[in-house]
Design a protein around this ligand. Structure first.
Ligand code: ASP
Ligand code: MG
Length: 401
């Protein structure tokens, strides 16, 4: 007998028909003789609607009360799903986060799971109940309800799978897996059968919206095998695990991030400590710096250019402006009309020529590169945002076709 954790996102339980569909998927698994824990998100846009309701009444509501409100969305979906399963004649019990033993820290709205006290879960499974658990929520040491941050139900599912040592954690969504590029934009994109945790983390952070990054980090840490699959079609999805066979595909996928700003600090004095002071100040302001480029010095000065996400641009510029007296630069400029295009793949680190091939594809498409950065499993370039879709298609097709 296997233990399978299945997680269904908001679109998979959006209405009565979809809830019944999920009940069928779950009971089909149970009928095979397996134990099943189901984690669900709030129906459709419920979480967004709840946030809007709060804003109407108090735009600066405390985070504690926000969590009290937002956790209600998942309470609705677990009970409705349990009712659907009951009606099909199977033993089932729904549990809120605290009943399932989710202990978190007290960072309301972005809490982290500390541990799962899994006695209740185990007892329900021992009674051969199908257990339906509210994702996205837990309880802190003051017995207050907390939530795990937007998209947190993926993490709830992985945490249960890790704590119960489940055989597989399946994340059901409205797409049938992870693709080599966004299939809405790149016509030759293909579904990936298997991908490593590290590759998935890169693709997730580069804007492939299928899995929450924190859930992938947790799956990697506890070695939980994940499958991303569709709740609407019955076919195999994408498996995420530690190592996968590479075949001849060096590059697993291409992704694009348009949430990028480029900031240039011009005319810095060219002596030791300048970069340290600049990035230390940005670090203290909690700004995540991505690509960095330093120009060659001339006439005792140099320029440093770096990228941050657009929502951190104003804070980053403020932090740089505070340094005006100690750093003595001539100006600071920013540009939001850029995008980052990346290729990701574990295979590339042992194969020469991957970067050249990427740059050739961009050259053939007549796309100019502003900045470049590389890591063991990724090559990123910064280009003009209006060329981003064309660039992703060009680099994708150079490797994947
Ligand atoms: N319902 C929550 C949200 O919309 C959690 C989730 O969907 O995973 O963010
Ligand atoms: Mg949701």
């Amino acid at each position: 007998m296997a233990l399978i954790v299945k997680k269904f996102g908001g679109s998979s339980v959006a209405n009565a028909e979809r809830v019944n569909n999920v009940a069928r998927i779950v009971t089909d698994e149970y009928k095979k003789g397996n134990n099943v824990v189901v984690v669900v998100s709030a129906q459709g846009d419920t979480t967004d609607d709840l946030i809007a309701k709060a804003k109407e009444i108090n735009p600066t509501a405390s985070k504690r009360e926000m969590d009290m409100l937002l956790s209600a969305g998942e309470q609705i979906s677990i009970s409705l799903l349990a009712m659907a399963i009951e009606r099909m004649g199977y033993p089932v019990v729904s549990l809120l986060g605290w009943q399932a033993g989710f202990q978190t820290d007290s960072n309301y709205t972005v809490a982290r799971i500390k541990r799962i006290e899994s006695e209740r879960l185990k007892a329900e499974l021992a009674r051969r109940n199908i257990v339906v658990v509210a994702g996205f929520q837990g309880i802190n040491k003051y017995d207050d309800v907390t939530t795990l941050g937007r998209g947190g139900s993926d993490t709830s599912a992985v945490a249960i799978a890790a704590s119960l040592k489940a055989d597989l954690c399946q994340i059901y969504t409205d797409v049938d897996g992870v693709y080599t590029a966004d299939p809405r934009k790149v016509k030759n994109a293909v579904k990936i059968d298997e991908i490593t945790y590290d590759e998935m983390l890169e693709l997730a952070s580069l804007g492939a919206q299928v899995l929450n990054s924190r859930s992938v980090e947790m799956a990697k840490k506890y070695n939980v095998e994940l499958e991303v699959l569709s709740s609407l079609e019955s076919k195999p999805g994408t498996i995420v695990k530690e190592t996968v066979k590479m075949e001849k595909m060096l590059v697993r996928g291409a992704a694009c991030d348009k949430n990028v700003s480029r900031i240039s600090v011009v005319g810095l004095t060219d002596h030791p400590g300048t970069a340290f002071k600049l990035f230390n100040a940005l670090g203290q302001a909690k700004i995540n710096v991505d690509i960095i480029l330093q120009s060659v010095g001339r006439d005792g000065t140099k320029d440093i250019t770096f990228t941050v996400s657009q929502d951190q641009c104003a804070d980053a510029i403020a932090a740089v402006e505070k340094l005006k007296d100690s750093l003595k630069y001539s100006s600071v400029a920013h540009d939001e009309t850029v995008a980052k295009v990346s290729i990701v793949g574990t295979g590339m680190q042992t194969h020469p020529g991957v970067a050249a091939k990427m740059f050739e594809a961009l050259y053939d498409a007549n796309i100019n590169i502003h900045m470049i950065s590389t890591s063991e499993i990724k090559i990123s370039v910064l280009i003009d945002v209006e060329k981003a879709d064309r660039a992703v298609e060009a680099v994708h097709d150079a490797f994947v076709r």
